[in-house]
Design a protein around this ligand. Structure first.
Ligand code: ATP
Ligand code: MG
Length: 235
């Protein structure tokens, strides 16, 4: 097992955002988290990357992450591509990408990983010296994913990578994410596009009101009447 959460809870003041969430991700696995607005998806990813404190068990390969600062979690191989991308709009594509590698001292491996990012998203190589604020939303999302990859993750946390993106770029981004997994990186992806998530993920958790409602393989949930009605708009 790569990552394990047991009874993980997060509160914002008196408001409980996550309550006793238990979840696991195996090495190289692609897991999606579905759920409506406010369900706690972003909070879950923030708790895993330690950008939000939580209570309960949070372990990576059996070692607790609780107590570690967020930058140390990156050093352990968990890289977070956050909601809203959080790029530096006035810096170039290349500078934004390299910020993802700021903790690394393995320059030749960093150069190899930059080539991998460019092969996943060729447009980023063409636009390497362009400032990010002048890119389209979909291209900016590619920079955000690329920056997370520059941290050399064994687990990539993706927060709604397809939100607000034109259909064609969305397909390209999901294809690239699938290829990232095929390269050996596990993925935990929060996503509201249930159809796309069920198509590319191995397993799915459904978060509702801060708790895990349903979980199962993509095939199981794709055939589940409740999921079909509430998330796929069919049945
Ligand atoms: N910094 C914060 N302070 C107070 N409440 C917060 C904070 N961040 C999130 N919340 C609340 O916690 C709950 C879960 O929010 P979260 O952002 O995790 O949901 P989400 O599933 O990612 O939603 P969305 O699909 O809209 O991104 C919501 O009720 C939200 O209002
Ligand atoms: Mg969110």
């Amino acid at each position: 097992m790569l990552l394990e959460l047991r009874n993980l809870s997060v509160s914002y003041g008196k408001a409980v955002a996550l309550e006793n969430v238990s979840l696991r991700i195996d090495e190289g696995e692609f897991v999606a988290v579905l759920g409506p607005n406010g369900a706690g998806k972003s909070t879950l990813l923030k708790a895993i990357s330690r950008s939000q404190p939580s209570t309960g068990t949070l372990t990576l390969r059996g070692q607790s992450l609780q107590g570690l600062p967020a930058h140390a979690v990156v050093g352990q191989g968990i890289c977070h591509c956050p909601e809203g991308r959080r790029l530096f709009p006035e810096l170039t594509v290349l500078k934004n990408l390299m910020l993802g590698a700021y903790l690394r001292r393995d320059a030749s491996a960093v150069a190899t990983d930059l080539k991998t990012v460019y092969s996943l998203f060729p447009i980023l190589q063409e636009r390497a010296e362009q400032v990010v604020s002048t890119l389209s939303g979909g291209q900016q999302q590619m920079v955000a994913i690329g920056r997370a990859l520059m941290g050399k993750p064994s687990l990539l946390l993706l927060d709604e990578p397809s939100v607000g993106i034109a259909h064609r770029l969305k397909i390209e981004i999901f294809d690239a994410i699938k290829r990232i997994q095929q390269g050996g990186c596990a993925i935990l992806m929060a996503e509201q596009d249930a159809q796309s998530a069920l198509r590319i993920a191995d397993r799915v958790y459904v978060l509702e009101h801060g708790q895990v409602g349903r979980e199962g393989t993509s095939a199981e949930l794709g055939a589940d009447d409740y999921i079909r009605q509430a998330y796929l708009g069919v049945g």
